[in-house]
Design a protein around this ligand. Structure first.
Ligand SMILES: C[S@@+](CC[C@H](N)C(=O)[O-])C[C@H]1O[C@@H](n2cnc3c(N)ncnc32)[C@H](O)[C@@H]1O
Length: 235
């Protein structure tokens, strides 16, 4: 199985496990969602929006962030057909034309041609290799309209942390604090994280995105390892 399909395996077989994590807000979605919504409202006002979402999952967070905002066009992708089935329902309240595609997110991004206002990826890019993360930034610059935003919510390593150090620290918090998960769920989650999570540092993202020609839009929001980074295509 290719690495990108393996990274999505748990989201095809056990969407309920991830839903439980989100329901208990263990990954701080609520504060991150509010921050994303505030930036979108402040930056775009009443401008009508075209939006791409990478690794949208069930799009429940997206529906919350963009509720009542003037989204004309939403294009989402994910490798989990189970999650996409939920996404169709969750997005039904958006007054936008909606396209959901079951495909690898980098193939999706590379195949798009129409410029968009926002490229949004929440807890999906850490599954990519470093070369693919670099290409994400290149493709984002290509697809964003002037003033468009690349909005990245994800897990990040601290500057001093190696990947093994990050994994041990993250999983120790999971074991100590994610009480709603039972033993088999914790074991499945730990195996997924150890095999598939490749978080970068904030500085790595700043270098990658600046090298591609994107500019940092605002100071990162850092909630422990869960962070929000926003980049802008200036012209
Ligand atoms: C942690 S979930 C995040 C879901 C949602 N964006 C959120 O924030 O709740 C990661 C999602 O990325 C998807 N995913 C992982 N690798 C992918 C890839 N290469 N292409 C498309 N989707 C991918 C998974 O199937 C999963 O739905």
């Amino acid at each position: 199985m290719p690495q990108f399909e393996q990274a999505s395996e748990i989201f095809r077989t056990s969407w309920g496990l991830y839903s439980k994590v989100v329901e208990h807000d263990y990954m701080t979605h609520q504060r991150l969602n509010s921050a994303v919504r505030a930036v979108v409202v402040a930056h775009f006002g009443q401008h009508r929006l075209r939006l791409i979402e990478l690794g949208c999952g069930d799009a429940a967070q997206t529906a919350q962030i963009f509720r009542d905002l003037p989204v004309d066009d939403y294009q989402g992708c994910d490798l989990s057909d189970v999650a996409l089935d939920y996404a169709r329902g969750n997005l039904s309240g958006l007054a936008a034309s909606t396209e959901l595609v079951c495909v690898d997110l980098m193939s999706f991004l590379r195949g798009r041609e129409q410029p968009v206002d926002i490229i949004y990826a929440s807890f999906a890019l850490h599954h990519l290799s470093l070369p693919d993360k670099k290409d994400f930034a290149v493709q984002a610059l290509r697809l964003l309209k002037p003033r468009g935003l690349a909005i990245i919510v994800d897990v990040f390593r601290e500057a001093h942390q190696s990947r093994p150090g990050y994994l041990d620290a993250y999983l120790s918090v999971v074991r100590d604090q994610w009480h709603a998960l039972d033993g088999p769920e914790l074991a499945a989650l730990e195996a997924h994280v150890r095999d598939n999570d490749f978080p970068e540092t904030v500085d790595t993202y700043l270098s990658i995105c600046e090298a591609a020609g994107l500019r940092r839009h605002s100071k990162p929001l850092e909630l422990g390892p869960h962070k929000l980074l926003i980049f802008e295509r200036v012209s």
